[in-house]
Design a protein around this ligand. Structure first.
Ligand code: AMP
Ligand code: MG
Length: 345
């Protein structure tokens, strides 16, 4: 199958219409959102959803999020919207947040991995919302990468993973946030964060008196409530070691570790802040942004995790961030990318 990349410039709705036709015919199409690129199909059609799992090599018990263009579309997905979900939608949608709500019967089990709940979100991206509107159905869309790899934040990254597997990629430029949506379970009395993202715990605490985090996310030995969180994710080709600790101690730690691996004749890549990369002057380095600019770091993170894949590197050393605000999402992704190989500095 040939994979076409089509750049979407303002007002070329014709190309988005063609993509919507693919969705209506039960095909899959990759499209931009403000979080990462999605791989979309008709969310009410089990056969169409099956093609997403096939293209990505995604485990079948890992449910898909349904993307809607308007509140009106919610009625196709759920009968009872919990008040927690309504408050989140009013405060943050369209935006990088997914609410877990009870599902209607017409949402196929193939989409929800057999769960009685479904994840729904309204992306803050004009191309995505136009596509959903023109398709006329909720679009099921996980990130448009091969299962296990870092999510794509550009059309080229989608192409690297899925060329020959899907017919069309809509190119809308670099994703704004660069990490997947915050997932909030809205089916209990208190909102529970199942996956951290750009809408932070602190932001949710401005509208709810109590916000919980799924204990599995903060190191407790429990099964995560979002089935996808139990899988290895975001993994670059080379093994990655994550350095965690005070920003002030990072330079010393990186300098020592690089000297150690040099003696072992290892080719080491560094993914770190502008401050560390410029102080090290190391040959193989990816600058993910200023230490104090977590939004910039999030936006560059997945490009960094893909950066060394074609550079024949033995090992990657990555600098961690603080775990407040969107830093919680950044560190969640980096920990997974490291397979929990974490060094405290
Ligand atoms: P992705 O679209 O690749 O970002 O992955 C979607 C994430 O949402 C996965 O971690 C899923 O396990 C999670 N998810 C989707 N639907 C549900 C649901 N009904 N309950 C809990 N987690 C869900
Ligand atoms: Mg994903």
């Amino acid at each position: 199958m040939e994979t076409k990349i089509v750049k979407i410039v303002e007002n070329n709705d014709e190309e988005i219409k063609k993509a919507a036709e693919f969705i209506k015919k039960g095909q899959v199409v990759a499209f931009p959102t403000e979080t990462v690129y999605g791989l979309g199909a008709n969310g009410l059609n089990a056969q169409a959803a099956a093609k997403i799992y096939e293209a990505k090599g995604r485990p079948s018990d890992n449910p898909l999020i349904l993307h809607i263009d308007s509140i009106k579309m919610l009625s196709q997905i759920t009968t009872a919207v919990p008040h927690i979900a309504l408050e989140i939608i009013a405060a943050f949608c369209p935006g990088p947040i997914t609410v877990i709500v009870p599902k209607r019967k017409n949402v196929p089990d193939r989409i929800t991995g057999g769960l009685s709940t479904v994840g729904v979100r309204m992306p803050d991206n004009d191309i995505a919302r136009k596509l959903i509107k023109l398709a006329g159905v909720p679009i099921a869309a996980p990130s448009a990468n091969l299962s296990g790899k870092p999510s794509p934040t550009t059309a080229n990254a989608v192409y690297e993973d899925l060329k020959g597997r899907i017919p069309l990629i809509l190119d809308g430029g670099l994703s704004t946030f660069g990490v997947e949506s915050t997932i909030v379970d809205c089916t209990e009395n208190i909102p529970i964060i199942l996956r951290p993202g750009a809408v932070t715990k602190e932001m949710l605490e401005e509208i709810f008196t109590e916000v919980r985090i799924d204990p599995a996310l903060v190191g407790k030995d429990t099964v995560p409530k979002a089935p996808g969180m139990k899988y290895r994710h975001y993994a670059p080709k080379a093994p990655l070691i994550l350095f965690k600790g005070n920003a002030a101690d990072m330079l010393g730690a990186f300098t020592r570790e690089l000297a150690k691996y040099k003696k072992m004749h290892k080719k080491v890549g560094v993914i770190a802040s502008h401050e560390i990369v410029s102080a090290l002057g190391h040959q193989y380095a990816y600058d993910y942004g200023q230490q104090n600019n977590l939004l910039e770091i999030a936006a560059n993170l997945y490009n960094g995790l893909r950066f060394f894949d074609d550079k024949n590197i033995d090992l990657i050393l990555a600098e961690g961030t603080i775990e407040d605000g969107i830093g919680l999402a950044i560190m969640n992704r980096l920990k997974k990318a490291s397979g929990q190989t974490i060094v405290s500095v």
